[in-house]
Design a protein around this ligand. Structure first.
Ligand SMILES: [Zn+2]
Length: 294
């Protein structure tokens, strides 16, 4: 299928300033993951990184009441309630903050499958469904089904709707219905992909930039799992053109990553950083793919 699995990721509308290689500012966003060092960077202190105190402090056999101690954790708990399982510096965390356009959803099986994969690999993934659903008409009018206006444009959904305190600790996954035009039904337009002549006239299933992604809702659970895992994995991974790679970054036959990719993802989850000096994150492979063409 021309657009199956295609979300190749270049955008001619966002060249780096003066065409120069982006400076690595290492603002180290998305430090939500990766143990004590990363967490301490994000929330300011190890103490803050303690999500729920499970310790039996007075050793009476009763676990102390769970509390969210840091401002980031309090904000997460206030917004996401019980979905938020706290942060623990002794484990690798991945918070998936899902934003839904009204009428869209992610199947429970998909969430469970992806959470299971991450946890199998030592990453404590947490699905955080944002309680507010975005009105479809308004969303279409203001942002459309365009990766740029959803994820990184000046007045993008991301910039307008995502509070700063959530930007750096979670990956934002925006679930949209996709275009209704018959030729591009259920797809999202990516100007980047279009510039490369990819997708279906630049239309793709999903698109990821650094710590955020947009996916068009999928009816089939398997396809949904494949797509969402693919976009989340883009936090640290690029596409694999090795035909032996049957995971979601390769041929997509298996809803999984290769051992090597998991290792790389684990290693790099706390290493996603702002590469532009702007509030946009790009993967190194994305730059490498695209810069020569700009
Ligand atoms: Zn991709």
């Amino acid at each position: 299928m021309p657009h199956d699995g295609s979300d190749s990721d270049c955008d001619a509308e966002t060249p780096p300033a003066d065409g120069a290689r982006p400076t690595v500012t290492r603002r180290a966003l998305l430090r939500s993951v990766g143990g004590a060092t990363a967490l301490s960077y994000t929330v300011g202190s190890i103490a803050h990184a303690r999500g729920r105190r499970r310790a039996d402090l007075d050793q009476d056999g009763l676990v102390a009441a769970e509390t969210h101690t840091g401002p980031t954790e309090r904000a997460l708990a206030a917004t996401f309630g019980d979905q938020f399982d706290g942060l623990d510096p002794s484990r690798r965390e991945l918070l998936i903050d899902v934003r839904y356009v009204r009428g869209t959803s992610v199947a429970a099986e998909t969430k469970a499958a992806i959470e299971g994969l991450f946890r199998r690999e030592g990453i404590h993934a947490q699905w955080l469904d944002y309680p507010k659903r975005y009105d479809r008409e308004r969303f279409e009018r203001e942002y459309g089904s365009n990766a740029r206006t959803v994820l990184w444009g000046g007045n993008s959904f991301y910039r307008t709707e995502i509070k700063r305190e959530f930007r750096n600790v979670a990956v934002q996954l925006v679930v949209v219905p996709g275009r209704s035009h018959p030729a591009y039904e259920g797809l999202v337009y990516s100007p980047w992909t279009d510039a490369l002549g990819g997708g279906q006239d630049g239309h793709v299933n999903g698109f990821s930039v650094g710590n955020r992604a947009v996916v068009a809702e999928r009816d089939q659970v398997r396809e949904e799992q494949r797509l969402i895992l693919h976009e989340i994995a883009h936090l640290a991974l690029c596409h694999a053109d090795d035909p032996q790679n049957d995971g979601v970054m390769g041929t997509g036959e298996r809803i999984d990553l290769t051992d090597r990719e998991w290792e790389r993802l684990r290693r790099n989850l706390d290493n996603v950083r702002d590469r532009t000096g702007y509030d946009v994150l790009f993967r190194s492979c994305l730059w490498e793919d695209c810069l020569p063409m700009l």
